[in-house]
Unconditional design. Structure first.
Length: 238
């Protein structure tokens, strides 16, 4: 991974302006909705709960996983960029996006939201009254640093999975992957032993009691999944 990969990462970030706008539009919509609920029901002490607007930032790494292989790949290749550099440039992009989003959401969960939740409007028995994904998955119980890395690892896994899935579309193996995902959900869910396997997997990457296990699982699976995009990109038509 050299300077060209970092250059492509910069190009990727410039191409994400629309996604940033969409994420912050979602943030603004949630914020306004919460504000209206607060103003209307502020007299109902202990009965309020809101979805934290900061959760909208999770859209960024996931949408980037769709936009970069679907649209930016063609642009970079047509401008003379190499597929290998695009591979590493996207990896840098996803790592930075996952880290920035995780940091902002975790800071909000540990600093801003506890201050807001002191108001009598919020119901302290329901995740403090403001629903942050850091608390939903139980990461906040492990402290700021562990919670940050748990969120980072999961967002990295999500973004690279979406990246590979999107890059494979239009090819026979893309259709196989789509059918495989549908089959896993539809076949594993009604069959008890297979359903337990599915539950075990999601517990591993989302709710595991040991933060280190969850972090390592997401990073290892994410790295393995992302390696699949290397041959996929080598065969992808610009």
């Amino acid at each position: 991974m050299g300077k060209k990969a970092w250059t492509i990462a910069k190009v990727n970030f410039r191409a994400l302006n629309v996604l940033v706008f969409l994420a912050f539009t979602t943030f603004a919509a949630l914020f306004i909705s919460n504000l209206i609920s607060f103003l209307v029901m502020s007299g109902a002490a202990g009965h309020g709960s809101d979805i934290s607007p900061i959760n909208a930032l999770w859209l960024l790494p996931v949408m980037a996983g769709i936009a970069l292989p679907a649209y930016n790949f063609r642009r970079i290749i047509n401008l003379g960029g190499k597929r290998e550099d695009f591979f590493w440039g996207c990896l840098v992009t996803y790592v930075i996006l996952a880290a920035v989003v995780s940091l902002i959401v975790t800071i909000s969960n540990f600093t801003i939201e506890p201050l807001l939740e002191r108001h009598e409007y919020y119901d302290p028995s329901f995740l403090g009254g403001i629903v942050n994904l850091t608390e939903v998955f139980g990461w906040a119980n492990n402290g700021f640093i562990a919670g940050f890395f748990q969120q980072f690892a999961l967002l990295f896994l999500f973004s690279v999975f979406v990246h590979v899935f999107t890059a494979a579309q239009g090819k026979w193996y893309g259709w196989v992957a789509a059918v495989g995902v549908i089959a896993i959900i539809s076949v594993f869910t009604p069959i008890a032993p297979l359903r337990r396997s599915l539950v075990w997997f999601f517990n591993l990457i989302l709710f595991h009691d040991n933060a280190l296990v969850q972090i390592l699982a997401c990073l290892v699976i994410g790295a393995g999944v992302y390696l699949i995009s290397r041959p996929v990109l080598a065969r992808k038509t610009p």
